[in-house]
Design a protein around this ligand. Structure first.
Ligand code: PLP
Length: 401
């Protein structure tokens, strides 16, 4: 049997990982500033995370949600404390798409309405409703097409007001990323998020904060939406939550209640997933990783802003993007193949940095030095010779989603 060919894959096999580094089958070391789509939050194979999972594995890995699982309550309490949303209610699932699907569904159960507002360049996942709220026609199959999703321009308060004025009593929810990830690292304006809150309150719609990529401390606050100083009704999370162990969830404001069987999952919230998620929160707290994200993120942004060839450096904490001009279009590939540094991309010309929140300043310094070197060699036309095998890989690969 062959694998279904749905990914553009880099010609590299990673066999080992530690902290911000990964190693390939030839023992070559790479600096990982991408974390496999922003998933690695506390660093690869963190010893506490490994130990907690191993210890849990010895006891019990899985039982379904038909019995009490005290680890879920422990996770809810820890999450409430670190995020500052301790009066919210936690529902656990397995992926970002599933988290958004459940959030949109719960909102609709809550207010009995059908319409969802989403924004240009949004990405909310591949399941049916999540993909319908994703602004990329290539991902939407005919069966996912629906008139229930209204797309508005991102950060456009007037368009939002007009839409609510026209359809206000039909709007079930507004779903928005605090910082768009796949869309190219676009930060939601604080005023825009406050306007969403205001209009959702006025029209009794549900404000859903998609924090799958921008959440879990990456921005320097636990949820990047928190910069606006207002609460969402539902936050969705995944990626960094398990540091690579598949675990996701939604937290739901106290005024939204669910009835039995409205939401559910077989695997969600299993013992092993909770152990992994608890280990992540323990390390975020113990190693003050949100503070580190602010500090190293600021260093990176300041340095990037001083590189004249790069445009529109943006982002918060360790979620950073910048535009690369056409003449430097091979920059990301050269960083990978020449400098052994993984970064991400967003089409057509954005480099995305989504490293572990434990990224050390000296690794960030190495990256800046390597980046300048590659910019210089591309600028001076001295694009280094690469082997035919690597060249072939360059033609086909793409790290981004
Ligand atoms: C903002 C956002 N929401 C949802 C998802 C979907 O998450 P998953 O791939 O875990 O289903 C992603 C994945 O990239 C994302 O960036």
């Amino acid at each position: 049997m062959k694998l279904l060919d749905v990914y553009a894959i880099n010609d590299v096999t990673i066999l080992k990982a530690k902290g911000s580094y990964v190693w390939d089958e030839n023992g070559e070391q790479y600096l990982d500033l991408y974390g496999g789509h922003a998933v690695i939050s506390i660093g690869h194979t963190h010893p506490h995370w490994v130990k907690r999972i191993e210890e849990q594995l010895e006891k019990i890995a899985f039982y379904s949600n038909s019995v009490k699982i005290p680890l879920q309550q422990q996770l809810a309490e820890k999450l409430g404390k670190i995020s500052g949303k301790d009066d919210y209610q936690l529902f656990l699932c397995n992926s970002g798409a599933e988290a958004n699907e459940n959030a949109l569904k719960l909102a609709s159960f809550h207010n009995g309405r059908k319409k969802v507002i989403a924004f240009s360049k949004s990405f909310h996942g591949r399941t049916s409703l999540a993909v319908s709220a994703t602004d990329n026609k290539n991902y939407v199959a005919p069966v996912n097409e629906t008139d229930n999703v209204i797309f508005l321009p991102f950060n456009d308060e007037q368009a939002l007001e007009d839409c609510f004025e026209e359809n206000g009593n039909e709007i079930s929810s507004v779903i928005v990323e605090g910082i768009q990830g796949v869309g190219g690292i676009n930060v939601a304006d604080d005023d825009f998020l406050r306007k969403i809150r205001e209009l959702c309150d006025k029209y009794k719609a549900v404000y859903i904060a998609d924090s799958v990529q921008c959440g879990y401390g990456r921005s320097g606050k636990f949820f990047s939406h928190d910069f606006a100083g207002v609460n969402a009704d539902i936050y969705t999370m995944a990626k960094g939550m398990g540091n690579g162990f598949p675990v996701a969830g939604i937290i739901v404001a106290p005024h939204i209640k669910a009835k039995h069987f409205q939401l559910g999952t077989t695997f969600g919230g299993n013992h092993l997933a909770c152990a992994a998620a608890l280990a992540v929160l323990e390390i975020i707290e113990e190693e003050k990783l949100m503070g580190n994200a602010v500090m190293v993120g600021k260093y990176l942004k300041d340095e990037l802003e001083n590189i004249p060839e790069l445009r529109r450096v943006r982002g918060r904490g360790l979620m950073i993007g910048f535009d690369v001009p056409e003449e430097l279009k091979d920059l990301r590939k050269n960083l990978l193949w020449n400098q052994k540094i993984f970064t991400g991309e967003a089409k057509p010309n954005v480099i995305r940095l989504l490293p572990s929140l434990a990224l050390k300043k000296r690794d960030a310094e190495d990256f800046i030095e390597a980046l300048k070197e590659e910019i210089q060699s591309l600028g001076s036309g001295q694009n280094r010779e690469v082997s035919p095998a690597i060249n072939a890989a360059i033609q086909t690969e793409s790290v981004g989603k």
